[in-house]
Design a protein around this ligand. Sequence first.
Ligand SMILES: [Zn+2]
Length: 455
Amino acid sequence: MASLSNVPPAATSADSVGSPPAAVAQKLDLTAEIARDLIRFDTTNYGEGRSNGETDAAEYVAEKLRGLGLKPELFDSEPGRTSVVARVKGRDASRSALVVHGHLDVVPADAANWSVDPFAGVIKDGLLWGRGAVDMKNMDAMILASLQDVIAAQGAPERDLVIAFFADEEAGGVLGSHFLVKEHPHLFDGAAEAISEVGGYSITLGGKRAYLLQTGEKALIWVKLVARGEAGHGSRMHPNNAITRLAGAVAKLGRHEWPIRLTDTTEQLLGEIARILDVDPQRVGPDELALATGTASGFIQASLRTTANPTGLTAGYKHNVIPDMAEALIDIRSLPGEEDLVLAQIQEIVGSDMEIVTMHRDIGLETEFSGPLIEAVVGTLERHDPGAPVLPYLLSAGTDNKALSTLGIKGYGFAPLRLPADLDFPAMFHGVDERVPLDALVFGRQVLTDLFSSY
Ligand SMILES: [Zn+2]
């Protein structure tokens, strides 16, 4: 496989936005160059339909795909909300197609908190910095660069690939992946599996490198708690104050300790962690085993139970007026299949007088950690980082794999990155000073090239 793993010299890009002097640009791998260009398109998605839009970034990736001889199609769910899909014919038509997808939008970044301009695509200290460097313009770039390598080396990937760059992932994908699977499902004809973000990165476990492969996602339920009371003068005795009642309910829910419940995936993960650390899982608790994964423990502890975090409060319009209504946003992530049960439990916690309005809801997923794709992924990683184990995990958040699952497509998180032990990579999803090592991008390009060439 070595010949396929050799990355050709980085191509120069004529259409990169505001490129630095040629001498600097030449040293950059194509992957970093594309990721940097994508970061410079501010595709901020503010949620609730407000967004800077993805069209410019979509046209950029479409141009890259055309450069590879492909025929990308662009789809606007609404003006400015553009997704791109291209099919790459594989050498073996008898194999099912693999969807390889990324999203083009990013969450907002408050530049005042960052040490660099979040939309400048700064290269510093061997890393690419910017909003989307981790989530997920890095993978978008790895997909494009590895596709170029596969086509250059052998003309076509082993099986059909459906390359998709979606809009709106950061607001649940309503205007991106969900729009496409509903309105244009034929784009995914013949596809059985998908790979995308939030998995495939390395962690340090017991002093050794290991890789997390995402084989499931929790369900998500975004609700609004609404407390109604009586409006009145701020100077009076006022027992039915909506803000007081809402604040009590929010505090109670925010402090609630949800019990641990293991699924097939988390049970397997904890068993593997115990085996690698050589401890008895009967004696070391789930949280303790999760903590042994270091930087990834924030993700993994949250995958062992429901979470319900208050994320917003709205009430009042004048300092001396008691409003008749107060609202709180709650971000609920339940284990797959437990959505209704969890909603009933939340009603009990906040009390029957609190109205719960569901704003957005999407299913959870869980896929077995076995089969040909898993074997191919594990085998590929073994060739590129020998001896590093690959562990399944349940993502505490969600991805566009939820939308693809409605077409019967099994989704995995596999955006391969070999990372230094001291980089807290999971914390950078939606975090400040998002950055990715340049050599990790090259690693990801090589691993994906190898996978697409052989699977
Ligand atoms: Zn993402």
